[in-house]
Design a protein around this ligand. Structure first.
Ligand SMILES: [Zn+2]
Length: 136
């Protein structure tokens, strides 16, 4: 289901709790909502559609990948960049890491560990910040 985008900074500033298999429908809603906003959005966290659970979605070219309980377990090569966010207006400066390694549960609730770099890694870092209540 396509959900409205939350722009309430107080709500977005709160930390999200762990996701369980009961939250697989949240992943589906993120799929639908990202697709509806794909022209101006490359990733989302569940709190952006009003759900304070640790679920994110990341556009990886033709694929949109949902990650449950993602944790960045390794990162290197910091750089300065500017980012925007569907929940905010304008862009802001931030520090990201070129290479990261992420542990997460996939849509079959299988635990995965995967390396990412560059643009995809940047989106994952932005969405993982949302789970901590951090908005660029
Ligand atoms: Zn954002």
């Amino acid at each position: 289901m396509i959900r409205p985008i939350v722009k309430d900074v107080f709500f977005l500033g709160q930390k999200s709790g762990p996701a369980t298999m009961q939250d697989l429908s949240v992943g589906q809603d993120l799929m639908d909502t990202l697709r509806a906003n794909q022209d101006r959005c490359v990733g989302m966290a569940a709190n952006m559609i009003g759900v304070k659970k640790r679920v994110i979605i990341v556009n990886m070219g033709i694929l949109n990948v949902v990650m449950y309980n993602p944790v960045i377990v390794r990162k290197d090569s910091p750089y300065e960049t500017e980012e925007g966010c569907l929940s905010l207006t304008g862009v802001r400066k931030t520090t990201r890491y070129q290479n990261i390694e992420v542990e997460y549960y996939d849509s079959s609730w299988k635990k995965r560990r995967q390396k990412y770099s560059g643009w995809t890694a940047q989106i994952i870092q932005h969405e993982c910040d949302h789970l901590e209540g951090i908005i660029i």
